[in-house]
Design a protein around this ligand. Structure first.
Ligand SMILES: Nc1ncnc2c1ncn2[C@@H]1O[C@H](COP(=O)(O)OP(=O)(O)O)[C@@H](O)[C@H]1O
Ligand SMILES: [Mg+2]
Length: 417
């Protein structure tokens, strides 16, 4: 197969590798009218999986598809505008949309097709506000439901919006914010229940919805979605992917090299596999070689993967953590992860207890609970619980973390004395 390198963004078509089992499972769900919540650690390939699924559904022709990205949405009204704008790919929405933006002749229908996406968004935005987003949103769902074919509605980064609704920019969960989130999720749930067969939804995001809703005691809203946990590639799949990439770029990566690469990563997050290949490609090009040896692996890993540019990716991990946990929880998370990385890669019960003792010894009362932070770290794929304590799931993230944070770190036991 000719597998092309990923570039920086989600992938589909000839850049998309594997995930056949997942695609099949999701196809079955949309056929059965089941709503899905795709959860996984960041960079696992959620957006790519959903995009590729929609691409294949379009090719097959039984479904219309709508893809909405809520990454930049701040309010429920923003979300409705995004859904409406994305829904213009489905003809049955045009009539209503034309009314909305205040052009009511049949010529205006053609205009919808011609409008640029941002222009359409601006026009829709002018008509949707805090008072009417629910009615407008209901109308979008109703018009999608009238489409000749059922519509698969994919909503990416929904948890980011929910999180913003809940905590705003200052990470504080006020009763008003909780009410806003509650209203938005109730609205989505109601439409999901009303239109399951006509509009199966696939919601996904790089922040888990579950820990956010749990903290706000709104977990029940997620129950229309059947969870779908997207796993990392297993070693054999990652090795095949590396082999396919090597083949496409005319490189020799012997299986032993690929295996060592995977062992370094420990957890084969697709993006890390791609990044490793990319670094290898550049490295071999500079060295004027086309064939890699097993000894190159440590070299590329420590000099390229753990280099300064790798750390840029780490910043992304950190900002997501902050978003989910708020300021206080975030600093506890940083401490816990650093204690893990600095302490040989394992966070034992004793360290966890010491962390709790340290927090309660602080003059300013810390309200966040260590157990809650650990829950998020586990759920979001940073740490996994093993017999002897928690461990980083990914060798790469562990090494990044150690490189960036362990310098000057004071372990919990020393802080207590
Ligand atoms: N099925 C796949 N085949 C090849 N590369 C993938 C695949 N899924 C993910 N990737 C790699 O991971 C990166 C992130 O994918 P993306 O879908 O944006 O992840 P997420 O939405 O989970 O953050 C892509 O740029 C690509 O390098
Ligand atoms: Mg994504």
């Amino acid at each position: 197969m000719n597998l092309r390198k990923a570039g920086g963004n989600w992938v589909e078509g000839d850049r998309f590798f594997d995930r056949e089992v997942e695609i099949e499972a999701l196809m079955e769900r949309v056929g059965d009218g089941i709503h899905t919540l795709v959860t996984a650690q960041r960079r696992m390939g959620k957006t790519s999986l959903v995009r590729e699924l929609l691409r294949r559904l379009r090719v097959q022709g039984d479904f219309a598809t709508v893809f909405v990205d809520l990454e930049d949405a701040v309010t429920a009204a923003d979300a409705v505008v995004e859904i409406a704008a994305a829904a213009r790919g489905v003809r049955s929405t045009w009539g209503r949309m034309t009314d909305w933006i205040g052009q009511s002749s049949s010529a205006a229908v053609d205009r919808i097709e011609e409008l640029g996406m941002s222009e359409l968004r601006v026009k829709l935005r002018a008509r949707v506000d805090a008072g009417n987003w629910r009615t407008k949103g209901d109308a979008v769902f109703a018009s999608l439901a009238e489409s000749g074919r059922p519509v698969v509605l994919a909503i990416d980064e929904l948890p980011i919006l929910v999180n913003r609704l809940l905590q705003g920019h200052d990470f504080e969960m006020t009763p008003e914010r909780r009410r806003d989130a509650d209203e938005f999720l109730s609205w989505l749930r109601k439409n999901g229940q009303a239109h399951g067969r006509r509009i199966p939804m696939i919601v996904s995001g790089s922040v888990g919805l579950e820990p956010i809703l749990k903290r706000a005691e709104l977990s029940a809203h997620a129950n229309i979605f059947a969870p779908f946990d997207l796993k990392p590639w297993d070693e054999e799949t990652a090795i095949e992917c590396l082999g396919a990439l090597a083949g496409s770029y005319d490189l020799q990566l012997p299986e032993e090299v690929c295996r060592r690469m995977c062992r370094r990563l420990r957890c084969c997050v697709p993006q890390h596999v791609q990044q490793f290949f990319d670094k290898f490609h550049e490295y071999l090009r500079r060295a004027g070689r086309r064939e890699a040896t097993p000894d190159d692996v440590s070299q590329v890993y420590s000099q390229e993967m753990l280099g300064v540019r790798g750390q840029i990716h780490l910043e992304h991990y950190e900002s997501r953590l902050r978003m989910v946990l708020g300021d206080e929880g975030y600093s506890v998370a940083i401490d816990l992860l650093t204690e893990t990385a600095a302490g040989g890669g394992v966070l034992g019960e004793q360290s966890i207890a010491q962390c709790g003792a340290y927090l309660s010894s602080l003059p300013d009362r810390v309200t966040v609970r260590v157990a809650d932070v650990l829950h998020v770290l586990e759920h979001d794929g940073y740490l996994a619980r093993l017999e002897d304590g928690y461990r980083f799931v990914s060798g790469l993230v562990e090494d990044w973390w150690r490189g960036r944070h362990s310098h000057g770190f004071v372990p919990f036991d020393r802080r207590l004395n």
